[in-house]
Design a protein around this ligand. Structure first.
Ligand code: ADP
Ligand code: MG
Length: 696
């Protein structure tokens, strides 16, 4: 298949395939059920399942699976074959509507945060017909939601779908107020830009920290890092280019709109951005993209690292979540148009986002809180842990004119003067970019930039959809009962801006002055995961999510436990890996080197008493002292891990890991890195940063 158009979506049971393979009446009923969200009649489901099976078998498929997204952050699948015995020793290939629509995986081993005891093992998966079935590794995958026997959501897709419905409902109310009767549905759209590192597989296999934790726990800085700024957008090396080409093709087969690829800031770091699509599909696609990035890498002798901070001293990886809201008539509601000042509908949606981000800073912050992401936020490579919003000069001036009831002097686009006359003329954007803002307006969408690279985008988008829906609801309640819509709207916009303008910040978010300024403005600064997560179960946030039926209170409390526990577990694994590496590899290696130095000194003296040995003497003393300190610190770390078990309350425990365990891990690392710098290459047990970062 050389033609891109043939390749694209060839493994997806998409609308075109459905139209072709399904009887017309069935196709119409399926489309209707998708559009209205009504469940599918079993007879119809049987016909759809059969068509899916025939289509899949033609492509060599023998198995099917319900594909779902449990709270582990990765996807899950359990494969069943299509075979069914006929009674005469033969088999036929079967796939029923019941099997398509519902599954019953034994779910007792997925995180449930106490929602499901192991004796209540039953869980259900149910088909999400708004996301197309697809073929992966010779298996027909049916995207599904995943819930417990009692109906509680155990996954990331269910609340995301619920949040879509909520924002649709509230946004439609607003559009009706502006006299728009033709729009039937409002959807949110997402385009996630995905950063990642590629390292050589042979080198990776020699590092337990990469294997167990996805990041290096040790490693002295390479002589060269990213200081020359020569990697960003640099020429892509042949091995990486071959990987990207292969990856693109795999993604295109699954109908994923992989579009842009480039080198990122750090050596060995790259980025892939797809063209945006509806939030639900974008979330499924991003999970598949991460999975394929890893899989395709091994074919090229590479390993793809999706951890937020694989290497100290160079940038880590994030994920920019570009978010907007559009109508089924193709209108982007965050498009300011030519004159935003005269576009009250746009101003209303903009103000709703402003208020939502201000009122729910805590929710946005904690939606990206993980042990991995804590390494980045606020570390001068990613936005700080303080949530604020960048609007740019033009929109800020527009909003000021609304607030102050003054005329707005429209900025004309000006032509760029670059001083070279042969170049075609192009106009300058009315606002520059601000790379340091956690939440930036970028022309006709918002870019939420605090996400870590390995995170499922479902969580942050559940929050975005819900908080903005909540404010739209408040706006609609107020405006629907107003005597005079125009005056009420005018007052509402002004009041919202006045009350929430503190969240707008167009300056440098990396500067220390901003931290002080944000504090004066009363903005939250939740520096770490265990500090942020408790806000999830605050009264305010429980009431938000339960009111809109996104989560029940029980679901929220269980998710809170899962997130806290996962933080502690992550650090526990890292600490155990450290102890293992120090005791099994680092100390024995350093000791061997010390012995060689001693042997050499003795041999030299025996050979001639005139030989000096000050190098050996100084180094042996230094290395011995470092080894002693390292051993002591590692024992301390080991001891702390035993104490961790005493903290039975999840938040207490996570705080202990952060304040005690993680702090000592930093010290262990410092000592080991110092040892590395002073140890001969042939003795050091692991590939170095120079090799890892510059060998691909
Ligand atoms: P950048 O300037 O940050 O590199 P681009 O303008 O190329 O970004 O877009 C980044 C991402 O934003 C892409 O994935 C793109 O598809 C997505 N995007 C563009 N418009 C929208 C929209 N209306 N809704 C959601 N995402 C969008
Ligand atoms: Mg971006």
């Amino acid at each position: 298949m050389s033609h891109l158009s043939e390749l694209f979506g060839s493994m997806v049971f998409n609308d075109a395939v459905m139209k072709e393979k399904l009887p017309h009446a069935t196709y119409k009923l399926l489309k209707k059920s998708i559009a209205t969200g009504q469940s599918l009649d079993l007879n119809v489901a049987n016909i759809v399942a059969n068509a899916m099976k025939d289509w899949a078998i033609e492509k060599g498929v023998t198995h099917f699976t319900h594909w779902f997204q449990p709270m582990t952050g990765v996807t899950a699948e359990k494969h069943d074959s299509f075979i069914s015995p006929t009674g005469d020793g033969q088999v036929i290939m079967e796939f029923s509507g019941k099997e398509l629509v519902k599954g019953e995986p034994d779910a007792s081993s997925f995180p449930s945060g106490g929602l499901r005891a192991t004796f209540e093992a039953r869980g259900y998966t149910a088909w999400d017909p708004t996301s197309y079935a697809f073929i992966k590794d010779g298996t027909l995958c049916i995207p599904t939601i995943f819930c417990s026997y009692g109906g509680e959501a155990l996954d990331k897709k269910t609340p995301l779908l619920r949040s879509q419905e909520t924002i649709n409902k509230q946004a439609l109310r607003i559009l009706r107020l502006f006299g728009n009767e033709e729009v039937k549905e409002v959807v949110t759209t997402v385009g996630p830009e995905q950063e990642y590192f590629l390292v050589d597989k042979e080198l990776y296999d020699q590092r337990k920290d990469l294997i167990f934790c996805g990041r290096t726990l040790f490693g002295a800085k390479a002589p060269k890092g990213q200081e020359l700024e020569d990697h960003y957008f640099g020429t892509i090396k042949p091995r990486v280019a071959a990987y990207m080409k292969d990856l693109d093709e795999e993604l295109w087969k699954l109908g994923i709109l992989a579009k842009t690829e480039h080198n990122e800031v750090a050596p060995a770091q790259h980025e892939l951005a797809p063209i945006f699509t509806t939030t639900n599909a974008a979330s499924d696609h991003n999970q598949l993209t991460m999975e394929l990035m890893k899989k395709v890498a091994t074919r090229h002798g590479l390993v793809c690292l999706l951890h937020e901070k694989p290497f100290a001293g160079v940038n880590g990886s994030g994920k920019h979540n570009n978010w907007s809201i559009s109508t089924d008539t193709g209108v982007n509601l965050l498009d300011p148009g030519k004159s935003p000042r005269e576009n009250p509908q746009f101003l209303l949606f903009l103000c709703a986002v402003i208020q939502a981000v201000d009122d729910y800073q805590d929710m946005l912050r904690l939606s990206v809180a993980t042990a991995g992401n804590d390494h980045r936020l606020g570390a001068n490579e990613a936005p700080p842990a303080i949530v604020s919003m960048f609007l740019g000069d033009e929109l800020t001036e527009v909003l000021e004119s609304v607030l102050n009831e003054t005329e707005y002097d429209k900025k004309e686009k000006i032509n760029m003067e670059v001083g070279v006359h042969v170049l075609p003329r192009f106009s300058k954007d009315t606002t520059d970019r601000n790379r340091t803002s956690p939440f930036a307006f970028t022309g006709n969408k918002f870019e939420f930039r605090m996400l870590g690279s390995s995170l499922s985008v479902a969580g942050p988008n559940i929050v975005l959809n819900t908080i903005i829906a909540d404010v739209l609801e408040q706006f609609a309640d107020e405006l629907e009962t107003a005597d005079d819509f125009k005056t009420a709207l005018h007052d509402l916009l002004r009041r919202t801006l006045k009350e929430h303008k503190r969240i707008i910040f167009n300056g440098n978010n990396y500067a220390d002055e901003w931290v002080e300024e944000a504090d004066r403005r009363g903005l939250l600064n939740l520096k770490s995961t265990p500090e942020a997560l408790p806000y999830f179960v605050s009264e305010k946030n429980i009431s938000l999510f339960t009111k809109h039926n996104i989560f029940t209170e029980i679901e929220m409390r269980s998710r809170y436990e899962i997130m806290m526990e996962s933080y502690s577990k992550q650090i526990n694994i890292e600490a155990l890996t450290m102890v293992d590496m120090v005791k099994k590899d680092i100390l024995p290696s350093a000791t061997s080197y010390i012995k060689e130095l001693c042997d050499t000194a003795v041999a030299k003296k025996q050979f001639t008493p005139l030989a000096t040995c000050s190098f050996e003497e100084i180094l042996v003393t230094k290395l011995s002292s470092l080894c002693d300190q390292l051993y002591k610190k590692t024992e301390e770390l080991d001891g702390l891990l035993l104490h961790a078990k005493e903290h039975t309350e999840v938040c207490d425990c996570a705080m202990f890991y952060k304040n005690e365990v993680f702090a000592v891990m930093q010290q262990v690392r410092g000592l080991a890195d110092e040892l590395e710098v002073n140890t001969a290459k042939q003795y050091w047990p692991y590939p170095t940063y120079s090799e890892l970062l510059f060998s691909v």
